[in-house]
Design a protein around this ligand. Sequence first.
Ligand code: GTP
Ligand code: MG
Length: 198
Amino acid sequence: MKIVDARFVGSSTRVAQKPSAKLPEFAFIGRSNVGKSSLINMLTGNRKLAMTSATPGKTKLINHFLINSSWYLVDLPGYGFAKLPQSGRDEIKRIIRDYIMNSEEMVMLFVLVDSRHDIGKIDLDFISELGENRIPFSIIFTKCDKQGPNVLARQIERDQALLLQQWEELPPMFLSSSENGMGKDEILDYIESVLSST
Ligand code: GTP
Ligand code: MG
């Protein structure tokens, strides 16, 4: 799959306000600062499409990007940003939950995990909730350019072992880097295969 056209179409804080055209949605979630917005820019080949920042908590809304006039990439706010006041954290949780539970067009949720660290309790708890609610998800490891291949491979094995403590089977998984484009073709081909099966 090639992305020939990507455009921002709107921000919302609840499902009822999302863009009215009903098209399949592929959403990106994960800890604040894990690289969600950067990955959307990498996949679309437009560094300025989604706003990114070295400081966590940049994306605070649900952002829809229309791709090839036929489906959406959806950038969600990150969870687990400790420095936010409780009220801000509650609001972000509400936004995320409302979208994930109620967006009927979401065909796949990509859960992003930083490839440099053990997958966290916050991620494992979030993933459990997805399982309980039968929400289709895949995992994308981000920032894979930051370590050598051997260290990276060992870390992914550790994460898989942690996931297998809770899950009988592993979900689809991808390695990515927004710096060097790793994972781009694999993720876009996977999106294409999900689109053609829906
Ligand atoms: P919030 O919107 O705050 O939840 O963050 P986010 O998950 O959208 O992260 P964002 O894309 O804004 O990236 C956070 C920081 O990580 C930025 O400084 C990015 O440049 C950096 N970053 C993201 N992806 C990569 C990557 O693949 N490799 C490297 N080296 N840096 C990355
Ligand atoms: Mg962001």
